[in-house]
Design a protein around this ligand. Structure first.
Ligand code: BDR
Ligand code: CA
Length: 340
């Protein structure tokens, strides 16, 4: 399994990246950085630092676009913290970025290994849209595409109807779905949208189980009654940083009346891309709204062919949250144990 990951790291992007590093059968061909949760340079700094934390300083990291295609960049420090990784303070990585642009890197990788690479996109689709403009054969060159984005017949998390990634760059999302229209079903992107990713609801108990699986001597207790902004004392570096990220994400979700939980959307998308989770999909034609002022970034799925247009996506319709967390705890727990 060889993956190209494009992310806007981001707490749940960070969990996705850490999880992929914990999977021995996953080759991370490159990690590219799109602006979204934080600006592109901060995303790249986070990616470099996380890869170093996970013992993977060999994976190339690059930056592409620094703003969405047609609208100004809006970031979300409220959701992910000023640096995108909650309360975690990662040491700066010792190495620097790849000199090449993320878009060129993707195209080169896809051309040199046709039919081998799976693309995982957990960010606004800016870089991917640019890559598709430059190489329209990408849908055929890639083995598969997994996207975290959208919300189908389900309320948005950014506006009443729009999900964050599609809202940040609606024009890019519209271009990407248009580029896949008419592809055979098994080449259509698999879309992990809010109605299934919000079911991947992490609780403090999952963190405690992770610390236990990592062999920590002390229980990792993050409690709803704690004063805001406490920091982990875990001696295991990976557990400590994950805990400091998640504490911030729990506090954010509680602020928005969702409880002391965290929706780890991008982690779920990573399990789909890595082939380590069970899920079902429904084929649909996806439209991304880019004009109507109150609906920008809203995604609509035609599951019944009422528009008479070719399908352009497979939308995840069922997933298994308990199994997804058991997988996270055992796989990331084993990595944390190895790293010490
Ligand atoms: C998406 O928005 C971002 O804030 C998360 O990282 C995830 O990719 C969820 O709507
Ligand atoms: Ca993300």
């Amino acid at each position: 399994m060889s993956l190209l990951l494009d992310c806007d790291t981001g707490i749940d992007d960070a969990l996705a990246l850490i999880y992929l590093c914990s999977q021995p059968h996953v080759e991370l061909v490159a990690v590219t950085s799109t602006p979204g949760n934080v600006d592109a340079d901060q995303v790249a700094r986070n990616n470099l630092a996380l890869l170093e934390l996970c013992g993977r300083p060999d994976v190339p990291v690059a930056v592409g676009a620094r703003a969405p295609l047609r609208v100004p960049l809006v970031t979300t420090p409220d959701t992910h913290g000023p640096q995108g990784i909650g309360y975690a303070e990662l040491p700066q990585a010792r190495r620097t970025l790849e000199p090449s642009d993320a878009v060129d890197l993707w195209i080169e990788a896809a051309r040199s290994r046709p039919g081998e690479l799976t693309a995982l996109l957990t960010a606004p689709l800016t870089n991917f849209a640019l890559a598709l403009r430059a190489e329209p054969r990408l849908p055929e060159l890639l083995k598969g595409v997994v996207i975290m984005g959208g919300a189908f017949f389900y309320q948005g998390n950014t506006t009443p109807t729009a999900e964050w990634n599609t809202h940040v760059d609606p024009h890019a999302a519209a271009e990407v779905f248009a580029a896949f229209a008419g592809q055979p079903e098994d080449r259509l992107p698999i879309v992990c949208a809010l109605e299934t990713t919000e079911r991947i609801e992490m609780h403090p108990e999952h963190l405690a189980a992770l610390a236990e699986a990592a062999g920590c001597n002390e229980p990792e207790l993050v409690r709803p009654g704690d004063a805001g902004g406490l920091r982990s004392r875990a001696r295991n570096g990976l557990v400590r940083h994950v805990s400091d990220m998640l504490r911030f994400y729990f506090e954010f979700h509680r602020l928005y009346d969702q409880g002391y939980v965290a929706h780890v959307h991008d982690y779920f998308a990573a399990t789909v891309a890595a082939g380590t989770t069970r899920f079902a999909t429904r084929t649909a034609t996806v439209h991304v709204e880019t004009e109507a002022p109150r609906l920008v970034g809203t995604t609509v799925a035609d599951f019944r062919g009422l528009w008479g247009e070719a399908p352009n996506a497979r939308i995840v319709s069922e997933n298994e949250p308990a199994a997804a967390f058991a997988e996270f705890v055992s796989s990331v727990g084993a990595l944390a144990r190895r790293l010490g």
